[in-house]
Design a protein around this ligand. Structure first.
Ligand code: FE
Length: 201
């Protein structure tokens, strides 16, 4: 059974926001979210039981959801997706607004305050059914699609592994911009020859 096929079911990327017992701002990155119904507005969110944010949402019953725009930085996703709020202040370097005292990403396509009404426990996750208490948004932005995010990540990784070498002087390009995206009038910083004399190794 190829479980990777499960990721062909399209979904987005989101931040949750909440507070812990000490009133600290906490949060996490989630991808499994769906609108359960529109009137009254209810949303389903699946969160891993190991998440500190999940453990606190179990206690308080309140959280926010921020729909990430497609230009969200990798750094933000990395902070919210790979560190724990238990020992990291994930919101410290992020612009946010408060919704009933809970953090919502300022740049979010949509931000909402949620109240959990019931939950289903699976082996590894809690699936929360939530009422949408309030919602605000930025309709000019496009939401991030999880599959696109993964693809961009792969492309970036591939271009990081590529080596472009000047056939005249042997200079190896090591700039931050992917070589193919450099302007056409870019020249080798060592010998001054044009981009066209470079080959991929
Ligand atoms: Fe050169």
């Amino acid at each position: 059974m190829d479980l990777n096929l499960l990721f062909k079911i399209s979904h987005g990327l989101y931040l949750t926001g909440a507070r812990d017992d000490k009133k600290r701002l906490i949060g996490s990155c989630v991808d499994a979210v769906m609108v359960a119904e529109v009137a009254p507005a209810q949303i389903l969110i699946s969160m891993t039981k190991m998440s500190y944010t999940c453990q606190n949402v179990l206690k308080t019953g309140f959280l926010t959801l921020s729909v990430l725009p497609d230009d969200t930085s990798d750094d933000l996703i990395k902070i919210f997706g790979t560190t724990s709020s238990q020992n990291t202040d994930k919101w410290a370097k992020t612009n946010y607004d408060l919704m009933d005292n809970l953090p919502v990403l300022r740049d979010a396509v949509a931000g909402m305050l949620l109240k959990t009404v019931s939950r289903q426990e699976t082996t590894t996750h809690y699936i929360f059914l939530c009422d949408v208490v309030r919602i605000q948004g930025n309709s000019n932005k496009n939401p991030m699609i999880y599959a696109n995010y993964q693809k961009n990540k792969e492309n970036k990784k591939m271009s990081e592994n590529e080596k472009w070498v000047c056939t005249i002087c042997g200079y190896v390009y090591d700039g931050d911009i992917p070589f193919e995206q450099l302007p056409e009038d870019w020249v080798c910083p060592l010998c001054g020859e044009p981009k066209s004399v470079f080959v991929k190794e």
